[in-house]
Ligand binder design. Sequence first.
Ligand SMILES: [Zn+2]
Length: 329
Amino acid sequence: MYGSSWRGCWVKTRGAFVHAARRGLAVLLLAGAGTAVLAQPQPVEPVEVSPGVWMVQGASALGSPANRNFISNAGFVVTPAGVLVVDALGSPALAQELLAAIRRITPQPVRHVIVTHYHADHIYGLQALKAAGATITAHAAGRAYLHSDTAQLRLKASREELAPWIDDDTRLVGADRWVDGPLRIELGGVEFLVQPAGPAHTPEDLVVLLPRQGVLFAGDLVFRGRVPFVGQADSGRWIEALNRLLAHKPRLIVPGHGPASTSAEADLTLTRDYLQHLRQTMGEAARNLEPFEEAYARADWSRFEHLPLFKAANRINAYNTYLLMEQGK
Ligand SMILES: [Zn+2]
């Protein structure tokens, strides 16, 4: 329930903050020593990016209690026979808000959820969508992550770092349908092609194409206007996957992060070129047995350093790539 007494109140302790945050009201932001200001969390507001095709866009930031882990996108397509959702957002509360937003747009139920990959910011909302009756489809390679210690440790850490949005009731949800090849879904006269694209960003990458509309839900294969988190990704195969997507010549890309793109080719190319640059600079260093620090300092990052999250992501991306290239991958 929304208690109006919470609105506009100044909250100082962590306990009280959690209380206020649980009520979905003001979020405390520290704006310098001793100064507290209140800001409303970013709402889940769908934008229609193509007829019947909608997206909600998360913040270009790391997950935090202030942003409710709303740092990734979700998309949905409204058809006369139901709604297909792509990705589940970063907390059950966000997914609930997404469902409420969908209900304001259409009386049709959510029939399908396609998981582009099992990263926390895209899947913590799954339980809400499953409870709403949706069939969840994901790539079979996601099962390995789901049952890994990494996934459990990540969830445990998230319960602390993202409280109260991720709590003891938040759980990892598997798919109802695990696929390991292309899948065609026809819903209300709309054709969806669900295609494996990994191992690239993750082993279980799926993309969703609407061939008639030229719309591509690309998950985290394409980052628009920001540096991707490469993590342990197989960047060589990722580059191949991007080249295959380029061949589809999509008109519109709904990426996993950042705004929708009508300059699909430029965005696919930017992500690909960034990965290629990492592999080229770090590969050369690894082959010449040049220490990472030196190679990193010497590399020319000027084409990418203006992008959001460059500072947060580039160094670790470069380091992971250095390790990958040392193994000759
Ligand atoms: Zn992501």
